[in-house]
Design a protein around this ligand. Structure first.
Ligand SMILES: [Zn+2]
Length: 504
C-alpha cells in the first residue's frame, strides 16, 4: 500500500477514496487485524506452545475489547515473547511525517514541528513509511527509571539556541512513551516502577495525554500499552497505585507448561541443537529429553526453591544445550558418531541449572550445586520408574551385591563403557526395554546402559561414588528392607510413581 503513496496529497486522496486507508487508532488497528486472522483461521502467536486453551483466548478477548493489558506470570513463561508477538497484529507500514520523533500522522500531526511543516508544505509534504517492528517499544522497569526517561524533559540548550521560551514545545526532549506514539509500548516488571512514574502512566491511560515538567504540553498519544509483572509483586499492597491498576483493562495469568509433552516441545523449539560438529550426527534419546524436562517440574515442586520467583522454562533449554555439548566434547575426544548424550552428561550441565532458581533458606544451607544434583537424581528416578517399573533388574543388583564394581568416566568412550558393562550379568540386555538390541550403534547402547545404572542409583538399589564408581548399596541400610525405605526416603523424596523395590 505504502509504496505508491509518496506525498501528503496522495495520502489524502487515497484515504478519501472508496477503497482508501481509514485512519484508525493502534487499538483498532490491532483489533481489526486480529479479526482478519481469526476469520482466516490463522495460527495466532505462532511459536507459543501450551497456551492455546488458556492464555491465548484471554489475550484475544483483551485485544478485541481494545484493552491495555498486563500479563501476570513468573519468569520464563514467555511473557515478553507474547508481547513481541503483538507486532504481527500491526499493519506492515504506516505513513508518518519524515523525521518526526513521535511518528506523527501526516493527516493529524501532534507536534508543533510537524504542524508547521504541514502548514508550509501542504499536499507536497513528502511521507515516510514506518515498518511495524519499529513500532514496538519495550522497557524493563527498574526503580531508577525517571520521568525524563519515560515521558521526556525540557532541553534548555535547545531552547537557548533557538531563542525559545522553556515552555515552548520545540524545546522538548521526548522520552520513550512519546517515541512509541502510534505503536505498542511494553513495560516489563511494572511493579518495579516508582510510584511517580506510575502516576504518569495513569495520566496517559486516562487522558492519552502527557505533561512535561509541569508544562502544559498536551500530546494526545495513540498507544496500546501492555505490561508484565510477577503476580505476587503485582497484588502486594502498595506496589502498584490503585488508579493505574484500575485502568489496565485485562489481567491475564500465564503459567508453566502443564504437561511434559508441551514442555518438551518448547525446549525442542528453543534449544540450540542443530549443530554440525565435524559432520557428526546428534541423536538425543527420548528418555534423556524427558529427564531434562522432569528436572524443571521437580524444581517447581521443590520446597528448597523459592516458588515466588519460579523456575524458568529457560532451565531445561540451557540444560539440554549443555548436555549436548558435553556429549559433543566426548564424541570429539573419542572420535565417535553419532553423538549421543547420556544421563550422566546432565550432571556436567549443572552450571546451566543453578542460575535458574532462587533458593529458600533450607536450599541455601544445602547449596545450589547439591540442590541441582538432588533434582537431577529425582528426575532420573521418576523417568526410570516410568520406563522400568515392571522390568526385572534383580540380576544386575545381585551382581553388585556380590561385590562387583564398575568404574566409568565422564569421557569413557561408548565401546569402553559397553565392554565394562558386559561384565555385569544382564545389564546390557536391559537396554532391550528401551528398544535397543545388543547390536545397536555403540553410542546409543552406551547411553542406555548409563541410564539404567543411573536409574538404579536414583532408586538407591546401587550406589555410586563421586568418581563414578558403581557398587552395591550400603548393606546395613538395605537390610532389613522396611527400615531402609523410611531412612532413604528422608534424604531423597521420590515421586509416588517411583516406588522402590528391594531385591535381597
Ligand atoms: Zn511531529
Amino acid at each position: 500500500m505504502g509504496s505508491s503513496i509518496h506525498t501528503l496529497g496522495e495520502l489524502r486522496r487515497a484515504r478519501t477514496s472508496a477503497t482508501g486507508l481509514r485512519r484508525r487508532s493502534v487499538k483498532d488497528e490491532v483489533r481489526e487485524n486480529l479479526i482478519e486472522k481469526l476469520r482466516a483461521g490463522e495460527t495466532l502467536f505462532p511459536g507459543i506452545i501450551g497456551y492455546e486453551e488458556t492464555v491465548i483466548p484471554q489475550l484475544v478477548n483483551a485485544i478485541l475489547s481494545r484493552h491495555n493489558f498486563i500479563l501476570l506470570g513468573l519468569r520464563g513463561q514467555a511473557k515478553s515473547r507474547i508481547l513481541r508477538g503483538l507486532i504481527d497484529l500491526l499493519d506492515d507500514t504506516i505513513p508518518v511525517v519524515p523525521g518526526c520523533e513521535i511518528h506523527d500522522d501526516p493527516l493529524e500531526p501532534l507536534c508543533a514541528g510537524c504542524r508547521a511543516r504541514v502548514a508550509a508544505e501542504g499536499d507536497k509534504l513528502p511521507l515516510a513509511w514506518l515498518p511495524r517492528d519499529l513500532r514496538f517499544v519495550e522497557k524493563l522497569a527498574t526503580p531508577d527509571v525517571t520521568i525524563a526517561d519515560m515521558v521526556g524533559d525540557i532541553d534548555p540548550i535547545k531552547a537557548a539556541r533557538a531563542g525559545l521560551g522553556l515552555s515552548d514545545e520545540l524545546t522538548m526532549h521526548y522520552g520513550l512513551l512519546p517515541r512509541a506514539n502510534r505503536g505498542i509500548f511494553a513495560i516489563n516488571e511494572l511493579a518495579d516502577l516508582a510510584g511517580k512514574i506510575q502516576v504518569g502512566l495513569f495520566n496517559i491511560l486516562q487522558e492519552g495525554d502527557i505533561q512535561i515538567k509541569g508544562y502544559p504540553v498536551r500530546l494526545r498519544l495513540d498507544l496500546l500499552m501492555v505490561f508484565t509483572a510477577n503476580p505476587e509483586d503485582y497484588t502486594a499492597r502498595g506496589k502498584i497505585i490503585t488508579p493505574l491498576k484500575d485502568r489496565i483493562g485485562s489481567e491475564i495469568r500465564t503459567h508453566y507448561p502443564l504437561t511434559r509433552d508441551h514442555a518438551m516441545a518448547i525446549t525442542g523449539q528453543e534449544a540450540w541443537l542443530s549443530r554440525h560438529a565435524d559432520g557428526r550426527q546428534l541423536e538425543i534419546p527420548p528418555y534423556l529429553r524427558e529427564i531434562v524436562e522432569e528436572i524443571a517440574f521437580q524444581a517447581r515442586a521443590e520446597r528448597k526453591i523459592d516458588k515466588r520467583s519460579g523456575v524458568s522454562q529457560r532451565m531445561p533449554i540451557t540444560c539440554l544445550e549443555n548436555v549436548v555439548s558435553n556429549a559433543e566434547r566426548r564424541a570429539l575426544m573419542a572420535d565417535e558418531n553419532p553423538i549421543v548424550p547420556r544421563v550422566t552428561d546432565i550432571y556436567s550441565a549443572i552450571p546451566s541449572l543453578t542460575g535458574k532458581f532462587e533458593l529458600e533458606y533450607e536450599g541455601e544451607l544445602r547449596g545450589a550445586d547439591n540442590v541441582a544434583r538432588d533434582l537431577i537424581r529425582a528426575a532420573v528416578g521418576a523417568i526410570f520408574a516410568e520406563r522400568f517399573d515392571c522390568v526385572e533388574t534383580r540380576r544386575v543388583i545381585e551382581w553388585f551385591d556380590m561385590g562387583g564394581t564398575l568404574q566409568i568416566a565422564d569421557i569413557s568412550s561408548a565401546a569402553e563403557l559397553i565392554k565394562q558393562a558386559r561384565c555385569v550379568q544382564g545389564l546390557v540386555e536391559l537396554a532391550d526395554h528401551l528398544g535397543l538390541k545388543s547390536d545397536a550403534p555403540p553410542p546409543l547402547l552406551a547411553s542406555a546402559v548409563d541410564f539404567i545404572l543411573e536409574g538404579l542409583y536414583a532408586q538407591k538399589k546401587i550406589t555410586r561414588s563421586d568418581e563414578r564408581g558403581y557398587h552395591a548399596a550400603e548393606q546395613q541400610s538395605r537390610r532389613p528392607p522396611r527400615q531402609t525405605e523410611t531412612s532413604l526416603d528422608d534424604s531423597l523424596p521420590m515421586p509416588s510413581s517411583g516406588k522402590k523395590k528391594y531385591y535381597n
